[in-house]
Design a protein around this ligand. Structure first.
Ligand code: NDP
Ligand code: A1CAB
Length: 281
C-alpha cells in the first residue's frame, strides 16, 4: 500500500465480517455505536473489556456479545484495539496465539505504530493505525488511517468502513499520525477549553451562566458551519467580524498580547511529542 494514499476510499456501511472490539471505554463505545447506527449487525460483534461492569453495560445497551480478549479474537475477521497505549503490549501478548491467520487488526491507540503492532503479532498480520476523535459519538467524527506493511486494499477499506460509521475519514502516511493525534485526536478538548473560557467570560461580564453557555455554544456551531459551508479561509471569516476601530479588534489585540496563538502552537507540539513517546511505554 502506497505511503501517499491521501483521499477518502468510499466503502459499504454493512459487512458480514466478524468483529472483535477490545476496550470499550469512551472511544471504543463511540466507534461501536456509530457502526451499529450505520448498519453493522450487532450479532457479528464481540466486545472485550477488563472492566467487567463496563463490558456488561455495553452488552445491555447495544446487544453485542462479550468474551475474554483471546476468545473474542479467535472468531474474528477484524480486531479493533481500543485500549490505552500503556495497556497495548500486554493485550497483544494475550491475543497473539488466538488470532486467526489473515485477521485484520486496527489500533486506535495514540502513539502506537504499525511497526509496534507488527512486531508483537504473528508474522504477516495485516494491521492499520487509526486516530478517531470523540465527536464520533454524534456522527461528526474526524479520523485518519494509515496502513501497515501487510495491509491490503480490502483491509484498508474495512478500516474505512469501521470509521465512516461515525464521521469523516482520510488516509495519511503514518509519519503524520502524531500530528493528526495532536490536531484532531485531542482537538475537541482544546475547543471545549475555549468554550469553558468564553462561558466564564460571559459570567464575568454579568450574564447568567445558562445564557452565556447558550450564546457560546451556538456561536461555536455557527462559526464551524461557516467554515465548513463557505470553504473560506479562517482569516477571511475573522476579518469579516473585525470592524475597523471596533470591539473585535480590541479583544484580538489582547489575545495576541497574551501570546494565545503561540500557546496553541506550543500546546500541539507537546501533544505530538507525547504521542511519539507513548509507544516507548
Ligand atoms: N478518548 C479520546 O478522545 C480518544 C482516544 N483514543 C485512543 O483510544 C484508546 C482508548 O481511549 P479511551 O476510550 O479514552 O480510554 P478508556 O480508558 O475510556 O477505555 C479503554 C478501556 O479498555 C479497557 N482495557 C484496558 N486493558 C484492557 C485489556 N487488556 N483487555 C480489555 N480491555 C482493556 C479499560 O479498562 P480499565 O478502565 O480497567 O483500564 C477501559 O475500559 C486509547 O489508546 C486512546 O489513545 C483515540 C482517539 C481519541
Ligand atoms: O489524550 C489522549 O491521549 C487521547 C488520544 C487523542 C485524544 N485522547
Amino acid at each position: 500500500m502506497s505511503e501517499n494514499v491521501s483521499e477518502n476510499v468510499s466503502v459499504n456501511a454493512t459487512s458480514s465480517r466478524r468483529l472483535a472490539l477490545l476496550g470499550v471505554g469512551v472511544m471504543g463505545e463511540a466507534l461501536l455505536s456509530g457502526l451499529l447506527r450505520s448498519g453493522q449487525d450487532a450479532a457479528q460483534v464481540v466486545v472485550g473489556d477488563r472492566y467487567e461492569a463496563r463490558a456488561q453495560h455495553i452488552v445491555e445497551t447495544y446487544g453485542v456479545t462479550v468474551a475474554l480478549p483471546a476468545e473474542a479474537v479467535a472468531g474474528a475477521d477484524t480486531v479493533v484495539l481500543a485500549v490505552k497505549p500503556q495497556d497495548m503490549g500486554s493485550l497483544l501478548e494475550e491475543i497473539h496465539d488466538a488470532l486467526r491467520p489473515g485477521a485484520f487488526v486496527v489500533s486506535i491507540a495514540a502513539g502506537i505504530t504499525t511497526a509496534y503492532l507488527e512486531a508483537r503479532l504473528p508474522e504477516g498480520t495485516p494491521v492499520a493505525r487509526a486516530m478517531p476523535n470523540t465527536p464520533a459519538l454524534v456522527d461528526q467524527g474526524m479520523a485518519a488511517v494509515s496502513p501497515g506493511t501487510h495491509c491490503g486494499t480490502d483491509d484498508l477499506a474495512e478500516a474505512m468502513r469501521l470509521l465512516e460509521g461515525c464521521g469523516k475519514v482520510v488516509t495519511v502516511p503514518e509519519k503524520h499520525q502524531d500530528a493528526v493525534t495532536a490536531i484532531s485526536g485531542s482537538g475537541p478538548a482544546y475547543i471545549f477549553y475555549v468554550v469553558e473560557a468564553m462561558v466564564e467570560a460571559g459570567v464575568l461580564l454579568g450574564l447568567p451562566r445558562v445564557t452565556s453557555t447558550e450564546l457560546v455554544v451556538q456561536t461555536l456551531f455557527g462559526a464551524a458551519t461557516m467554515l465548513k459551508e463557505t470553504g473560506e479561509h479562517p482569516t477571511v471569516l475573522r476579518e469579516q467580524v473585525s470592524s475597523p476601530g471596533g470591539t473585535t479588534m480590541s479583544a484580538l489585540r489582547q489575545l495576541d498580547d497574551h501570546k494565545v496563538r503561540a500557546a496553541f502552537l506550543t500546546a500541539m507540539e507537546a501533544a505530538a511529542q507525547r504521542s511519539a513517546e507513548l509507544a516507548q511505554g
